[in-house]
Design a binder for this molecule. Structure first.
Ligand code: M7Y
Ligand code: ZN
Length: 389
């Protein structure tokens, strides 16, 4: 006779369990990223402080091997990053470095190879967890580095963990949907899959003159066989939760109907939040939580990744809120006492205030881009293949 506990445990099936990539060494390594110091620990500590760890299936990652990295990156780029990462500062920059983007925004600071390959290992572990059917949702908040190219670091992204995770999902799922919620265009992932019908990339991001990376225009819809399988939703400063969720749900609904994805990867870069130093959009965590809830409703394998996010307390608030929502847990508004409590002042609350910048996204503008995207999606038709998931 199983006890209540056993029976309640047994009804945690693969479809309700949420896999969560974490181990102490991994998080300490991610904490060392110069531009986001301690952000990984702040996110994990808040999730732990809300008592969510016992409800998560923690998966401990290993660093990606060179073979793993070669699924997407060129060997010469991998070798160069390895070499530069082991040097200390003086003889750091040879002309190789420049051609691989390993200067300026992406310095090959000591240990960057270990950090970047650990993060790829985290997203690989999450993707494998989904292809093996152990859970329907897997989360790697330290992942999401969407700008990295095959042979070039870019925008503070060194190895593209997202592309490699999608390639792994593609070993089992015929059609994979990639959704990018980061403030910046997910150019590295779009470039990797712009000429295939097997991966549809949908990026919601700010477009403005001089704003990085400068790509992701509405007319960029993919090339060759991949034409119409790239979707870009260019948005302007002042975006609100309501306007975002309206365009998000209408576009994603059409994408779902046209592309019929069998697995979804969603990059949840939190630099689109109000309070981020970019000070671009007025979004709160509700925009992210509701977007993920929307994707969750389709109940196919879902991989969630982090990305940008330079107001570290707000980034932790956003990703902890998403994690709570995945577990159908209502999190109390008051931030629990924990190691980083003092960073959550002055309000010490989980919710983020909406920004009040003027919204440059007029109704007319939003209607124009919605109609344009709907028109392009009319050209997408996938035959319902017989393959099981
Ligand atoms: C160096 C960081 C990554 C940090 N950062 C912070 C510093 C203070 C305010 C924002 C940037 O703007 N950065 C960038 C610099 C050059 C090019 C790209 C990015 C960001 C990319 C990104 O977030 N993609 O999703
Ligand atoms: Zn970003």
């Amino acid at each position: 006779m199983s006890s209540d506990k056993d029976s309640c445990e047994s009804n945690v099936t693969s479809s309700t369990r949420v896999a969560y990539v974490y181990n102490e060494q991994y998080t300490k390594l991610c904490d060392q990223m110069p531009k986001i110091p301690l952000r990984a620990s702040m996110t994990h500590s808040l999730i732990a402080a809300y008592g969510l760890l016992p409800h998560l299936q923690v998966i401990s990652p290993e660093a990606a091997s060179k073979e793993d990295l070669k699924l997407f990156h060129s060997e010469d780029f991998i070798d160069c990053l390895r070499r530069l990462s082991d040097l200390d500062d003086e003889e750091k920059y040879d002309d190789d470095a420049e051609s691989y983007g390993l200067m300026y925004d992406c310095p090959a600071y000591p240990g960057v190879y270990d950090y970047a390959s650990a993060v790829v290992g985290g997203s690989i572990a999450a993707a494998i967890h989904l292809t093996e059917g152990h859970s329907q949702v897997a989360v790697n908040w330290a992942g999401g580095w969407h700008h990295a190219k095959r042979s070039e670091a870019s925008g503070f992204c060194y190895f593209n963990d997202i592309v490699i995770a999608i390639l792994i999902l593609r070993q089992k799922f015929d059609r994979v949907l990639y959704v990018d919620l980061d403030l910046h265009h997910g150019d590295g992932v779009e470039d990797a899959f712009c000429s295939t019908q097997k991966v549809m990339t949908v990026s919601f991001h700010k477009v403005a003159s001089g704003f990085f990376p400068g790509t992701g225009l509405i007319e960029d819809i993919g090339i060759g066989r991949g034409r119409n399988y790239t979707v870009n939703v260019p948005l302007k400063d002042g975006l609100t939760d309501e306007v975002f969720l309206d365009i998000f749900s209408s576009v994603i609904n059409r994408v779902h109907g046209a592309f019929k994805p069998q697995a979804v990867v969603c990059q949840c870069g939190a630099d689109a939040l109000h309070g981020d130093p970019h000070a671009a959009f007025n979004l709160t965590e509700k925009a992210f939580v509701r977007s993920v809830e929307y994707l969750r409703e389709w109940d196919f394998p879902l991989l969630l990744l982090g990305g940008g996010g330079y107001n570290f307390a707000n980034t932790a608030r956003c990703w902890a809120s998403i994690t709570g929502s995945l577990l159908h847990k209502e999190l109390p508004t008051d931030i629990p006492e924990h190691r980083f409590f003092s960073d959550f002042g002055p309000g010490y609350e989980l919710t983020i205030e909406p920004g009040n910048q003027r919204d440059l996204n007029s109704e007319k503008y939003i209607e124009e881009i919605r109609e344009r995207i709907f028109g392009d999606l009319e050209n997408v038709e996938v035959e319902e293949d017989g393959n099981p998931r």
